[in-house]
Design a protein around this ligand. Structure first.
Ligand code: ATP
Length: 481
């Protein structure tokens, strides 16, 4: 049975109410509004019927307090005619369900109470429904948040694992898929089919040697040797005999006949790295062998024929060197038949993730340590940097990170400070004072035919003592070509 709570400060009213309604409802009565407030909080109470004028607390005050605790509990006010307007306002504001004028009519009050009970049930059902829905919603939201978090984690951790790496590995392990790289590869393919000299131009560490190997691999000389020599790594005095060989006794220390690289490369490819460093004195000999495919060993007079394909590389601006008289123009034109510009890494950053993955896998195989995740955070640090040392520098950074990383995740630590490195990169592009001085002295010397002393000498033009200029030239490595 429904519980109806009735509060009135007049005990007679309580008795009348109880006697009148107990047949219809379970009636609880009290003359104390505070006690009524407490009882009304129990969920089994479906309706509160209250007198308006009571000592300590009015019916409206009681309704106000309960509306905060049990908003679904309907409150019926028993009120004198004088309070009618106040009640109407309270009903309008929603704090009170209805009112009945005193003295109340039994049937009218019974009807109002029954309506209120129904309302209470509906409100209670609604409340449960809302609670259930809210709970479901919360569960859904929680699940969704978990999914989002998992997705983010997966994205972060597997950012590099998605693509089939093999798709982007070319012969000679050239990794990348950028437009810039694909263009270079196309050029290399075109060049490889011919027998022409190829000149690879690019900053240090861009992979020039790799592309030289690719030219050889793709050419019909692939079954013969690829012979490499780095012109900057060999002392000037030895380079000629390295390239052309020497006869026994050609100079002190030449104990045996030596075959030069041009001879060894017969039938294959000769790769001259850092060609810009080739001393001026050797350049005419290279030109001759390029034109006639014959040469003599140092200290010999027997002409040797050779059949090679030349690939050269430089990280210098050869045209500049020609302009400064450090490189012969006729040789430059001969080498520049098929120039291929290898773009620096910062101009093909989309290759960086693949390269990182490639180096990580290589190191995994080499060291046995397993790093299988490259987090997005690591990538974004690497992508923020300008890589003046290009792919070689990247490979070194990845190797260091590989050693220091734990839990299968590649991380770059404090030691990698892109800000600092970038600053270095920027200052590196600004010539040093020595470089500027060197250029200025060379230019002045060139303008006076390399004369140092005298009125028309460079020292005079520069406002220097001739011996000061000479010692500075020595310090800066300036020599007459
Ligand atoms: N596209 C690439 N894919 C994979 N590895 C690469 C790629 N490009 C360069 N590398 C690697 O980067 C390193 C540097 O390349 P390489 O020695 O060919 O550069 P370089 O341009 O000849 O440098 P330098 O001018 O200093 O001689 C090598 O270990 C090479 O294998």
């Amino acid at each position: 049975m429904m519980k109806v709570l009735y509060v009135d400060d007049e005990p007679d009213n309580l008795i009348t109410f109880k006697m009148g309604f107990r047949k219809w409802f379970e009636v609880i009565v009290t003359s104390n509004p505070e006690e009524a407030r407490q009882i009304a909080q129990k969920p089994e109470v479906s309706v509160l019927v209250t007198d308006q004028r009571m000592p300590g607390m009015t019916g409206l005050q009681l309704a106000g307090k309960l509306s905060k605790i049990r908003p679904e509990l309907p409150v019926i006010m028993l009120t004198a005619y004088d309070d009618r307007d106040v009640m109407l306002e309270a009903i309008r504001l929603g704090g009170v369900f209805g009112y009945v004028l005193k003295p109340w009519d039994f049937d009218e009050l019974k009807q109002v109470i029954q309506n209120a009970i129904q309302t209470c049930h509906l409100r209670q059902e609604n409340k449960e429904l809302v609670t259930r829905l809210t709970r479901k919603n919360e569960e859904l939201e929680k699940a969704y948040a978990e999914i989002l978090q998992m997705k983010k984690k997966l994205e972060e951790e597997n950012v590099l694992i998605k693509e089939d790496l093999n798709q982007f590995i070319r012969p000679g392990e050239i990794v990348g898929k950028s437009k810039a790289l694909v263009k270079v590869l196309k050029q290399i393919h075109q060049a490889a089919e011919t027998n022409s000299s190829v000149l690879l131009l690019g900053e240090t560490g861009t992979g020039k040697e790799l592309f030289a190997r690719l030219v050889h691999k793709l050419s019909n000389r692939r079954d013969n040797l690829l012979v490499s020599i780095n012109c900057s790594a060999i002392p000037e005095t030895l380079i000629e005999s390295e390239l052309f060989g020497h006869e026994k006794g050609a100079f002190s220390g030449a104990l045996n006949t030596k075959h030069g690289r041009f001879e060894i490369a017969n039938g294959g490819t000769l790769f001259l790295d850092e060609i810009g460093e080739l001393p001026l004195a050797v350049q005419p000999k290279l030109l001759r062998v390029l034109q006639e495919y014959e040469f003599e060993r140092v200290g010999g007079n027997k002409t040797i024929k050779t059949d090679f394909r030349l690939v050269t590389a430089t990280n210098r601006n050869l045209e500049d060197a020609v302009g400064k008289g450090r490189f012969r123009d006729d040789l430059f034109y001969r080498l520049n038949i098929f120039p291929v510009e290898i773009p620096p890494l910062r101009e093909r950053m989309e290759d960086l993730p693949l390269l990182v993955r490639f180096f990580v896998e290589k190191l995994n195989r080499k060291t046995g340590k397993k790093i299988d995740t490259v987090p997005r955070s690591t990538l974004s640090i690497l992508m923020d940097y300008h890589w003046p040392g290009n792919i070689r520098e990247l490979s070194n950074v990845v190797e260091r990170a590989h050693i220091l990383s734990e839990d299968g995740k590649l991380v770059v630590g404090e030691w990698f400070k892109p800000g600092v490195n970038q600053a270095q990169y920027r200052t590196n592009t600004v010539p040093t004072l020595d470089e500027v001085t060197r250029k200025h002295i060379v230019k002045t010397l060139e303008s006076v035919g390399w004369r140092v002393r005298g009125d028309k000498g460079a020292a005079n033009l520069l406002g220097l003592n001739p011996s000061t200029l000479e010692s500075r030239m020595k310090k800066l490595g300036i020599m007459r070509p």
